[in-house]
Write a protein that binds this ligand. Structure first.
Ligand SMILES: O=C(O)c1cccc(C(=O)CC[C@H]2O[C@@H](n3cnc4c(=O)[nH]cnc43)[C@H](O)[C@@H]2O)c1
Length: 217
């Protein structure tokens, strides 16, 4: 397999996610892994700052995430086929209007299917339970069944949610660099029960998922 000579930028939210990924890629110096902070603004700004300074062939938004019921169970890995900024739009008495419907661009970023398939195929071969799915980017982590149901109705193909992917993807698109999003599921999307988040299990899955990246990219 021909490997990319360009560097690979991985953007996480927090240091624990960054460290799990660094353990996974085992010192492969093509990977630069940065804990940028929580949310799209800081994720986009940090991504753009790094891309301005370097020669990168791929950007990955990675970390833990919430899984939609019946779509992505705790400990499994979701590789995005599309990233959707699910709350970017306008609220009206009749319901939510997306950025696309408003005519202000798109809240959806498609992922290169071939590239994402290489990752999921390798994850499966390594015995890591994973799936393709749409990953939502939200500004507020879902904390009620009502919001979970509203988001699932708004984006029926949603498998997971997190808080940075769209920001990372917008910055990468600006620089013409392909993007992936990889989420290890730590909690269900639904009523907030922070004590029930399986962060350790998700970080182990994130490390395991990262360990296949040097071979596949
Ligand atoms: O407290 C810890 O030890 C710890 C270790 C690793 C990560 C965290 C986080 O809180 C990460 C926040 C990050 O996680 C994403 N996330 C996870 N679950 C959800 C969710 O249900 N809805 C939205 N986002 C979620 C998100 O990308 C946050 O930035 C703590």
């Amino acid at each position: 397999m021909i490997k990319t000579q360009k560097r690979i930028l991985v953007i996480t939210a927090v240091a624990a996610e960054r460290d799990a990924i660094m353990r996974g890629v085992r010192g492969d110096d093509r990977f630069e892994v940065i804990a940028a902070g929580v949310g799209t603004a800081v994720a986009a700004a940090q991504t753009a700052k790094v891309l301005t300074a370097g020669n990168y062939g791929l950007v990955i938004s990675a970390g833990i995430g919430g899984g939609f019921a019946g779509r992505a169970a705790i400990g499994t890995v979701v590789v995005a086929d599309e990233i959707v900024a699910a709350d970017l739009g306008a609220e009206t008495p009749e319901g939510f209007i997306s950025l696309d419907e408003l005519g202000f661009g798109s809240a959806r970023i498609k992922i290169d299917r071939e590239l994402a398939a290489k990752v999921t195929d390798k994850l499966s071969a390594a015995g890591i339970t994973s799936r393709f799915g749409t990953v939502l980017t939200v500004s507020t982590a879902t904390g009620t069944s009502e919001t979970a149901e509203r988001l699932a109705a708004r984006v029926p193909e949603a498998a997971a949610e997190a808080m940075e992917g769209y920001g990372v993807a917008v910055a990468a698109r600006l620089y013409g660099v392909p993007v992936l999003e990889i989420r290890a599921i730590s909690n269900p999307v639904g009523p907030r029960d922070r004590a029930a988040w399986r962060i350790g299990e998700a970080l182990e899955s994130l490390q395991a998922a990262s360990s296949i990246l040097p071979e596949v990219l």
